[in-house]
Design a protein around this ligand. Structure first.
Ligand SMILES: C[S@@+](CC[C@H](N)C(=O)[O-])C[C@H]1O[C@@H](n2cnc3c(N)ncnc32)[C@H](O)[C@@H]1O
Length: 219
């Protein structure tokens, strides 16, 4: 049997399949990024003093309990986005009847079609998603989407692996951040209101240093 060069090339990862497989193989509580309660995110949301009807776009939310918490706190205009269907299905099943109060959008943050049409977002909420985008064009797309959908005066929460954070998650390489790098990508149309460091302890006892940031879009 002979092998030619093309046999040895690593094919592009299909990210949708990759994430669907991760959420199929593991129950929500067994995922490496699972947190029982999104305490730091909730703290930053409280700081915005947004009204309960504020439009909150939770990007790459997976099956996170942030949606359960926000519903419990009385927020009425929640959007749950992910690239993969499986985590949103899991979330829907867990929420039961309450899922009817949430808008679900399956779409790719770096190649958006449906998300492109969303407007007047009061709060963009990302935990553990941006750091997977390694190509400059992907990051450009992500930050352009923020500028398209977040209204003037609106807020952006980005929580990603800190500079001393892990180098991989779910088998994928990561870019690590601090608030200044995020500010540079967002540009001077956004003001940093808060930056906090938080070491997340994952379900297997591993320490995962994150940086949490809250920005506000200038009017
Ligand atoms: C590490 S998990 C974090 C999930 C959730 N934010 C949390 O904190 O539990 C990353 C999530 O980003 C989603 N994701 C990855 N690439 C994406 C993309 N291009 N567009 C939208 N979601 C994406 C994955 O499917 C996965 O649910």
């Amino acid at each position: 049997m002979t092998t030619n060069e093309s046999d040895c090339q690593i094919s592009e990862i299909n990210y949708k399949e990759h994430w669907n497989a991760a959420y199929t193989k593991n129950s929500t509580e067994k995922l490496g990024w699972y947190e029982e309660k999104s305490i730091k995110t909730l703290k930053l949301i409280t700081k915005t003093k947004l009204p309960k009807e504020a439009k909150i776009l939770n990007v790459g939310v997976g099956s996170s309990t942030i949606i359960d918490s926000l519903l419990k706190e009385g927020y009425t205009n929640l959007i749950a986005n992910d690239l993969a269907e499986k985590p949103l299905e899991n979330l829907q099943i867990r929420l039961g009847e309450k899922s009817k109060k949430v808008t679900f959008i399956i779409d790719d943050l770096v190649n958006p079609t449906k998300l492109n049409t969303v407007r007047d977002v009061d709060l963009w909420n990302d935990r553990a998603v941006l750091h997977f985008f390694l190509k400059e064009e992907e990051k450009k797309s992500y930050f352009n989407l923020i500028r398209k959908v977040v209204k003037p005066g609106g807020y952006v929460i980005i929580a990603v692996f800190a500079l001393d954070g892990a180098e991989k998650c779910c088998g994928l390489s990561l870019q690590r951040y601090d608030a200044q790098i995020l500010q540079d990508y967002l540009g001077d149309g956004f003001t940093l209101l808060e930056e906090l460091n938080h070491t997340f302890i994952n379900p297997y006892g591993g320490e995962r240093p994150y940086v949490y940031t809250l920005f506000q879009r200038k009017n």
